[in-house]
Each structure stands twice: as C-alpha cells, then as structure tokens.
Write a protein that binds this ligand. Structure first.
Ligand SMILES: Nc1ncnc2c1ncn2[C@@H]1O[C@H](COP(=O)(O)OP(=O)(O)OP(=O)(O)O)[C@@H](O)[C@H]1O
Ligand SMILES: [Mg+2]
Length: 583
C-alpha cells in the first residue's frame, strides 16, 4: 500500500524541522539585529557625548582668551572621528566662531536624544561651554549615521546568510536522515505487509544497531516466532481435522444453549443425519427422550464431568442404541464452546451381556461340578466306610478268632493272626482318615463350626509350632450345604497353604455372620504372619483359583492382602439367601 506524499513520514519530518528552524532563526536574527543596532547607536551616543564633553571643557579657556585660531587648530587635530559630519563652536551670542565639516545651512537643528531616534540620517548634539561658572558659548556636533547603518546592514546580511546556510544545512541533514530512516522504516512496513499476507519467510536487514535496527531485529524475531507458532498451529489443526474426519466416533461442537455448530463425517454414519440437518439444531435431538415419568435432563449437555456417561442415542429413523457420551468445554473469547464425543457401544453392550451370560453359565457349571465333586467324595467315603470298613472289621474279627483258636495249639498261627489284626487296625485308621478328608461326617452331623474345630484340632497336632486361633461370631448353623462345604474347603486349603508356604508362627481364623436369619452375609478371614508373597507375581497352583471359584459360584468375593514379609490375609464374603445356595 503506497503512502500519500503529505502523510509520508519523511515529508512531515522535513516540513516540521524546516518550519521550526525558520521560526527559531527568524526570532534569533530579529533579536540579533536589534542588539546590533542598539550596540551601534549606544556606541555612537557614548562616543559623541564624550567628544562633546571634552571639547566643551577644553574650549572654555580658548573662548575666554578669544583665541579662536588656536582653538580651531586644536579642534582640527582632535576632530578626526570618521563619523563626524560637522563641528561648530558658537560664541555667547550664538554666532559661529569655528566651523568644521558640513555645517547645516539654515539654522541649527534641535539636538537629538539618541541616535536610534534620528530621522535625518545625522545625529545632532550640542552643549554649553562653561568656564569659571560663566557660559562662554556652545559646541555643536553632528555625526553621520551612514557608516553605522552600513555596519548594521552588513551585520544583518551576515546574520541572514548564516541563518540561510543553517536552514539549508538542516534541510539537507533532515532529508538525508529522513531518507535513511524512512527507507528502513519502509522496509519494515513492507515486511509487515508481507507477513500480513502470510509470507513468513521475510527478514528485514537490521543494519546499524540503532532504534530502527533494534526494532528490525525484534521484528525478525517476532516473525520467526509467529511463523513457528503458525506452523505448529497449522499442523495441530491438520492433525485434528484428520482425526475428526477419520474418527469412527461421532464428534460435535455446540454452544452454551446446546445448538450444534459442527459435526464430523462419522455423525452421518452413526445417526443418519447429514451435517446440514444437524447444524443449528439442539444436541438433545441425538438422545432418546427420557421416559415420561422422568424430568428431561436439560443440563446434560453442559455438564462437564471429565467422565464418560452412558446414554441412549436416537437415530434419524427413530431407532435407539446405547452410546457413551463424553463432554468437554473450552473458553473461546469468554464464551464457552462445548465439544462432545459420541461412541456407539452396541457391540460392547452385546459382548458384555454375552460375557455376563457366559459367566453365569460358568458359575453354574462350577457350582454344579463342585456339588458333583462333593457328592462323589461323600459317596466314596460311604463306600469306603461300608465296604472297606466292614471288610477290615470282618478281617479283624476273623483274625481275633484265629488268634484265640490257635493260641494254645500253634504259636506261629497265633502270631500271624496278631500281625493280621495289627495291619487291619492300621488299615482301618488309614481308611478312616481318608474318609474324614473326603467327607467330614461331622460337617453333616454337627455343622460347620464343629467340623472346622475338628479339622483345626488335627492341624494343631500336626503343626505344634504354629499358634492357631479360631473365633466365630453370629448364627452359623443355617448357612446351607453349599456355603458350609465351600467355607470348610477354603479353610482346609488356606491352612494347607500356611503349612506349605507361609512359615507362620500365628494364624487367625475368624468366621462371622452379618445380617439377619436367611439373609445378610457370612465373612471368613484367614490371616497369618508368615512370609507373604508378591501379589503381582504369576502363580502356578490351583488352590487359590479353586477358592475364588467356589466363592464366585456363590456370588461372593475373595480378597487377598499380602506383601513379601508381611503375611497373607484372605477375606471372603459370601452373600446369604440366594437361590443357588440353597439349591
Ligand atoms: N499363606 C501363604 N503364605 C505365603 N505364600 C502363600 C500362601 N498361600 C499361598 N501362597 C503362595 O501362593 C501360591 C499359590 O497358592 P496355591 O494354593 O494357589 O497353590 P499351591 O499351594 O502352590 O499349589 P496347590 O495347587 O497344591 O494348592 C503358592 O505357591 C505360594 O507361593
Ligand atoms: Mg495350595
């Protein structure tokens, strides 16, 4: 963009400097001339006055002696001042007795007060000659002003010449500086225009490091920074655009009233609306209306929680689908701008539901297999008891009979019978122990607490170095078969683990019932002070997995609290009163 001449900085700079210079120099010259004029006129007045005084004083004695010839001689010698126009001495009767120079004809002019007030180009002065207190005559003198005026004129010319030279030099300097300055400023202005047009490659020459040079380098730095930021911004925008246009999630922006401002292409695939249909509409259009008995959630679209929310989306054709809604908000020039991501979770919901069904199936299967396993163990225990138990009892009875019958006849037979008796007794104990492990009959006969106490007694006998505490709380007699057997097996496995892995000195087992009869929950805690373990390390055994499966089959939870060197605590919670438990 071209700058108009009168707006040009250079022209304005020169014009103002010249104007100021002319005004200031005129004032200076005017003041100087006045001073020169005054100095000249004062000098003339003072010279004239002292000459007049000297002549009047000296002339007195000549006048008394009426020696006009000597007086004239004397005056001719001293009246040599170049500006003196005339000198006349008058006697007491005002008759001229001496005339030197061009004495005015036709009467004596009145004396002038000051050379500056003279009108006729001659400064006339006069004084009386007094001698011995008597007036002896008068001295009259006239000084030509031509010489003085010539000097004043010369001074005036010199002043004007100096002022003129100064103005010319100033104009020249201003023009040169102006050209230099405005050329560099012009470069800056041009570069700024280029930057404005989007060209960030410009660089202004910095030249001398004066104010303009410094401005130029600051400008260059600023352009580099702006260029870098613009590039980063463009990259970020491009990235955002790519993400937005290729995203499979729907994205919208809307204002504080919920009016949609922009949508991405995925919105059409998700909802069936094209961009033009959605722009300007309220975002609530995309949600299934809440049921009639609920108030419409008007603040939903402006509630920024930082978390995803599950909502029900509504397509253009009215069909509904589950989706996740994430809302963000930024401040744009003091106005909030909202952005929402809409993620179709139909597939996930379907997978979740399938997963839930599978899990339920799994639980049911585990539950059933555990029940079958327990039943099989019970059956095995009964068989062992009924078959092997009866047989060993029979063997024992027979051996006893043989022993009695052969005691006095054949010692060897009696000894064999005794050996058979001892072996069958050990067999009986072994079978009995096996039966108890397979199915603790006391569990069926006396309940969970008694069965546990029985098992703990055995455990204490086998591990006398570990202190074992057992405490119960609440009604534990009606937990039902599945809960009873599961808790029994969990304690069994937990104690086996303590013996095998913990190296503990103390184990505490707590069993309690919370809540009322037929409902509430049963809580089992088994905690030891052994070496513990790293809960994040992978484990090979099946014991803990089995415990968890048993608990989950009963819809309960199992929590492990452990760390190396800090023992291990099992916390089991099983809800009571569910259909499966009593099944
Ligand atoms: N009370 C405990 N103290 C320290 N470590 C334990 C304890 N209980 C279990 N562990 C650790 O957890 C691992 C897994 O235990 P889990 O009962 O599942 O398997 P296991 O006892 O090794 O084998 P099994 O399948 O015969 O039970 C153990 O190998 C042991 O390292
Ligand atoms: Mg184990």
């Amino acid at each position: 963009m071209a700058v108009r001449p009168w707006r040009s900085l250079r022209v304005r700079l020169i014009a103002s400097v010249v104007l100021i210079e002319v005004i200031m120099l005129s004032l200076l010259v005017w003041n100087n001339l006045d001073l020169i004029r005054r100095a000249h006129t004062d000098r003339l007045r003072d010279t004239a006055a002292s000459m007049l005084q000297q002549i009047a004083t000296t002339s007195g004695s000549y006048m008394v002696e009426v020696d006009y010839a000597s007086l004239e001689e004397y005056l001719r010698n001293i009246a040599t001042h170049p500006e003196l126009a005339y000198l006349a001495v008058l006697d007491r009767d005002r008759r001229p007795v001496i005339r030197l120079g061009e004495v005015p004809a036709g009467g004596w002019p009145a004396p002038d007060r000051h050379p500056s007030e003279v009108r006729d180009a001659r400064y006339d002065i006069a004084t009386d000659i007094v001698f011995g207190g008597r007036a002896m005559g008068q001295v009259r003198m006239g000084f030509s002003l031509a010489r003085m005026q010539q000097a004043i004129q010369a001074a005036r010319l010199r002043s004007v010449a100096i002022a003129g030279t100064e103005i010319v030099l100033t104009i020249l300097a201003t023009v040169l500086i102006g050209i230099h300055l405005t050329r560099r400023l012009g470069q800056l202005a041009q570069a700024a225009q280029q930057v404005g047009a989007g060209d960030y490659e410009v660089a202004v020459p910095t030249g001398v490091p004066d104010e303009v040079g410094m401005t130029a380098s600051a400008f260059n730095r600023m352009v580099a920074e702006v260029s870098q930021r613009t590039r980063r911004l463009q990259e970020a925008l491009a990235r955002e655009r790519v993400i937005e246009s290729t995203a499979i999630d729907g994205m919208i922006t809307y204002d504080a009233d919920g009016r949609i401002l922009s949508v991405n292409p995925a919105m059409q695939t998700l909802f069936g609306y094209d961009e033009a249909e959605l722009r300007g509409r309220h975002a609530a259009l995309l949600l299934a209306p809440p049921p009639q008995d609920h108030d419409s959630d008007t603040t939903l679209w402006t509630r920024v929680t930082g978390a995803r929310r599950e909502v029900e989306g509504r397509r253009r054709d009215g069909s509904r689908f589950p989706m996740e809604l994430y809302i963000g908000c930024i401040d744009v020039s003091g106005e909030p701008l909202y952005a929402a991501t809409l993620h179709d979770i139909t597939e996930r919901k379907r997978a979740e539901s399938e997963c839930r069904t599978l899990l339920e199936g799994n639980r049911f299967l585990i539950h059933k297999s555990l029940a079958v396993q327990e039943e099989e163990r019970r059956h095995l225990a009964r068989e062992l008891h009924d078959e092997l138990g009866q047989c060993t009892t029979a063997i024992q009875a027979d051996a006893e009979l043989i022993h009695d019958m052969s005691q006095h006849k054949d010692r060897r037979v009696a000894a064999s019978a005794e050996a058979i008796q001892a072996v069958s007794a050990r067999m009986y104990d072994a079978v009995h122990a096996m039966m108890r492990r397979l199915r603790p009959t006391v569990l069926d006969d006396l309940g969970l607490v008694a069965a546990l106490q029985d098992a703990l007694r055995d455990w204490r006998e086998r591990h006398p170095g570990t202190e074992l505490e057992f405490s119960t709380d609440g009604e534990l007699g009606d937990l039902g078969e599945p809960v009873n057997i599961s808790l029994y097996r969990i304690v069994q496995e937990a104690l086996t683990n303590v013996a095998r892995h913990a190296g503990a000195r103390r184990v505490r087992i707590g069993l309690s019932r919370r809540g009322g009869r037929g409902a509430g929950q049963v809580v089992l805690d088994v905690a030891d002070d052994g070496r513990g373990m790293d809960p994040d390390l992978p484990r090979r055994g099946l014991g803990l997995i089995g415990m968890r499966e048993r608990v989950e089959a009963l819809h309960g939870t199992l929590r492990l609290e452990t760390a190396p060197g800090r023992g291990l605590a099992l916390h089991v919670v099983i809800p009571l009163g569910s259909a499966e438990m009593t099944a």
